[in-house]
Design a protein around this ligand. Sequence first.
Ligand code: IVH
Length: 701
Amino acid sequence: MSAARGDDAVARAAELRALIAHHNERYHLLDNPEITDAEYDALVRELQAIEADHPDLAVPGSPTTTVGAAPSTLFAPVVHQVPMMSLDNAFGPEELGAWADRLAKQVPADTAFVCELKIDGLAISLLYRGGRFVQAATRGDGITGEDVTANVATIAAVPQQLLAGAGPVPEVLEVRGEVYMPVSAFAELNRRQAEAGDRLFVNPRNSAAGSLRQKDPTVTATRALSFWAYQVGEVQPDRAADLTSPTAALAISQSATLAWLGRAGFPVNPELHLVHGLDDVLAFCRRWESHRHGLDYEIDGVVVKVDDLALQRVLGSTSRAPRWAIAYKFPSEERSTTLRAIEVSIGRTGKATPFAVLEPVFVGGSTVSLATLHNEDQVRAKDVRPGDTVVVRKAGDIIPEVVGHLPTPGRRRKKAWHFPTACPVCGGPLVRLPEESDTFCTNLDCPGQRVQRIAHFASRSAMDIEGLGEQRVQLLVDHGLLVDVADLYAFTSATFDGLEGFAAVSVANLLGAIDDSRSRPLGRVLVGLGIRHLGQVGSLALARSLGDIDAVMAADEATLAAIDGVGPVIATSVVRWFDSEVNRSVVERLRRAGVNLIEPGAGGHGGGDATASDRLAQTLAGRSVVVTGVLDGYTREEAEQAILARGGKSPGSVSRRTFAVVTGEEPGLSKVAKAEELGVPVVGADGFGALLESGELRGPP
Ligand code: IVH
């Protein structure tokens, strides 16, 4: 940077230091951050860049050289005998490569690295004397932490007593790791918070921090926290002294340390990998970047550590972080932005869903300008108001969501938002049913519902009519050409005369696609009808079990509820749907239009048209086959259907009852690990065909 900009740099560095100190306090002490992690990281990096350009500005005590925040006075102070450091970050392969290049000057070419998941929780130090748990402390500023012994004592995963399996234990042993809240426990906690009308937590890390730093340990005890161990701090007698001692593992390598911790009774994350060379490190990072959502805990990256502890000592540390480790950070899935407005959309069942209109923000790989707010209770519990700075989350395949608002001290907020009483599309009343969290437009003729119903019928998972998306449906509804799904089959090219966006070729294609859809199996028709609660799995189960639409219409609730994959809620909804005269007449018009209403190969009486040879051999009858990863030649749905068509089931998780796990490309590693743990056979993609055909496990793993 030029000298002319020196003054600016001084001012900006001072401002950044003040900002970072403020946000450290909000995050580490108050558990109530005002900015997202990604925004915090950006401030630190900006300061690092200024200090790199102006070494004279790198004052002692700068946040780039210190850790966390000074401990609060809420808890007694605990001085760490070995400082608790932080980690330097690498955002992407290039920065990881730069770290490896720096190391290469000091370590041999075949140096081993341990790759561990970077758990998104909070660091904790556990002290054991004579093998008994005596103290737990937060990291604080790395030198002094907070005494949270009583709270940590409520966490079942933290051993109270070390196991004999590890052999004799050091007189003093400090184990470090991450306290976290499983994603499922976080969802359950927020459900309870909403029920009680309490504030919702933004994410599992935030709720873990809030739960651990409670004054009352009985509150912590209700919070389902858990723990992974990943490091050893203080050891007495000194671990380096005697390599022949039973705890020599603690002096040899990170991988041996983790194995020893496991034997001593600590939960050690199973997804660790010992690798040689940067390519393998990168492969591990990439694999977990795309599989991060297959876990029941959140990870925000991978921690790469030099395995050899002697080498670690040679490499040493800066004041803030070791040189022998780096955190490879995944792109953030949470960003903050301004909430412009809250609006309500009407779905195909009439459900009125509030959604956020946002200042567009790039998050989770795409630009988001709309995000769901789920229902009235969620808006209230998150207390989001137009004008607020809100946190938007877009993780994996899930639809973007507003998870909460950030505090904006000193700024007046707008009034709380109230759910409208009239449908924004038809003006009819919006009704919230007692005992339900959802609100509905009850007007069956509401054009909003109609458009959604018809677009859903045409969608890929239902009748798969290419070229008939929501916008075209909207246009056709607006022109009075489309009232219900049966109207589609009366379309001719004349229907589209004079309509904008319907050139002759595209009309011919659309009519062809509509015609093709006549031969879809019954299961897809049932999906398309949009019966509340009846999704793809239930539709297929109904179709396969009953065979044709007449049998579905004639079945009573008890018969429907007894079908595997259905159940009482779906059964009631199906009976109610077919009770309606309007709905029955749509079905009759579909029948007259030549739409297939039979499930080929189904077991029910209605499947009479299917000959014995149409029906596939039930090679997987009663067996559960879990598919993970992409199988060549099958979509996920097709792979599941192939299993169902052979009499099997294809659940989403592995259990003792699973017959086999089939792994395609990029399989979910936790599923494979679980299968291995339970002794469930794992077959590769090329064994899938044989499995379907014969029910036997022949393919190579
Ligand atoms: S090792 C000196 N290993 O990440 C090295 N940290 O951003 C100490 N973290 O303060 C940390 N998973 O709270 C290590 N497998 C792992 C981790 C991990 C999560 C956290 C930890 C640390 C922070 C640094």
